[in-house]
Design a binder for this molecule. Structure first.
Ligand code: FNR
Length: 347
């Protein structure tokens, strides 16, 4: 018997999804200047409520988490009220929605806030802020243990704010070279204290954030996105695998809503992961609900799910091009191909 991706899936005892197709988190840089979601964003997300679960674009937990223009936040009451309009509209259309909680760490830029750029270690990245190329990245400050405590607390606070804003849960953004991921890779973490040097220490921040968020909103409403293979704002190190092996074992006991790979093309294989792709590596080390992502079509996702490679699929770019992706798939209609020009407008 083959699995029907368009049939309901029970995430846990409290959340049932109407199908296995998730909307991947997609940064659009279209919040207003106070980082509040706009009416256009309300309509954009509401149009995609046929998916089993919408994961919001990455949403910053506090001002120094910002590294791109007009990315929404979840730390002021105005932002919470703005998101409430989004979640109300999604719920009115029968959908469910998680907020992706984000701190960019060393990819932050002080153009956007007052204060230090914080990271595990004082190791910068080359390059500049996308869409604002005149803003080159600076060398970050290594976070003190007090900084780390406040970052963990602010992830938990943002999770609480997300629930107040009507989200059904949160996905911690632990992927793609941002703050949580920076602690997990040797290229960005050279700390000599209890947050560095060993798999256990390097996993500590990710686990503290996860546990604080679980304590705030419950494990059934907590998910995590990870990128075990470095590919974006990060370089590979053969020692990274041991960190993720340890982390995955620890995560298994947390009973998260799901674990989600972060990658653009899941056919990419990593030397640092002994030649495995992101989903292969995560599946080998983690038995809970796993979300696959990265250049999948509905057909290739169906095959992967039927081969038990993961349990749910997240679709990104095709959902930018096709707000009605699910109906088109259900009716056998052709999809509009994605192109980068579509990013200029929120449709
Ligand atoms: C992304 N992606 C992404 N990932 C994430 O964790 N948080 C984010 O905010 C974003 N933002 C974002 C914006 C845009 C314009 C793109 C194209 C991608 C990555 C995304 O979630 C997904 O992993 C990839 O797009 C691969 O899936 P598809 O597009 O091949 O289905």
């Amino acid at each position: 018997m083959t699995t029907d991706l368009l049939a309901p899936f029970k995430l846990n005892n409290t959340i049932e999804l109407k199908n296995r197709v998730l909307m991947a988190p997609l940064t659009r840089c279209m919040a207003d200047d106070n980082l509040v979601p706009t009416q256009d964003m309300v309509e954009y997300y509401a149009r995609r409520a046929e998916t089993g679960l919408i994961i919001s674009e990455a949403t910053i937990i506090r001002p120094d988490g910002q590294g791109y223009p007009n990315t929404p936040g979840l730390f002021t009451s105005e932002q919470i009220q703005g998101w409430k309009k989004v979640t109300d509209a999604v719920h009115a259309n029968g959908g469910k929605m998680f907020a992706q909680l984000w701190h960019v760490g060393r990819v932050a830029h002080p153009h956007f806030f007052d204060g230090d750029v914080l990271a595990p270690s004082a190791i910068g990245v080359e390059g500049s802020v996308p869409r604002m190329r005149e803003l080159t990245y600076i060398t970050p400050k290594a976070a003190t243990t007090d900084d780390i405590k406040s970052l963990v607390a602010d992830f938990a606070k943002a999770a609480e704010n997300a629930i107040e804003a009507g989200f059904d849960g949160v996905e911690i953004h632990g992927a793609n070279g941002y703050l949580v991921d920076q602690f997990l890779h040797y290229a960005a973490n050279t700390r000599s204290d209890e947050y560095g040097q060993t798999p256990e220490n390097m996993s500590r921040f990710a686990l503290e954030v996860t546990d604080a968020v679980i304590a705030a909103v419950g494990s059934d409403r907590t998910a995590l996105r990870l990128t075990p293979g470095a590919y974006f704002n990060m370089s590979e190190d053969s020692r990274d695998k041991a960190v993720f092996d340890y982390l995955l074992t620890e995560l298994e006991s947390r009973e998260l809503a799901y674990l989600h790979g972060g990658i653009f093309d899941d056919s990419m294989r990593f030397d640092s992961l002994e030649g495995k792709s992101i989903s292969e590596f995560l599946r080998a080390g983690y038995k809970g609900t796993l979300v696959g992502v990265g250049s999948y079509s509905f057909e290739s996702a169906k095959e992967a799910i039927n081969d038990a490679k993961f349990d749910l699929i997240a679709i990104g770019r095709p959902l930018i091009a096709n707000p009605d992706y699910i109906s088109k798939i259900a009716n056998g209609e052709e999809l509009v191909p994605y192109s980068d020009e579509m990013l200029a407008q929120l449709k």
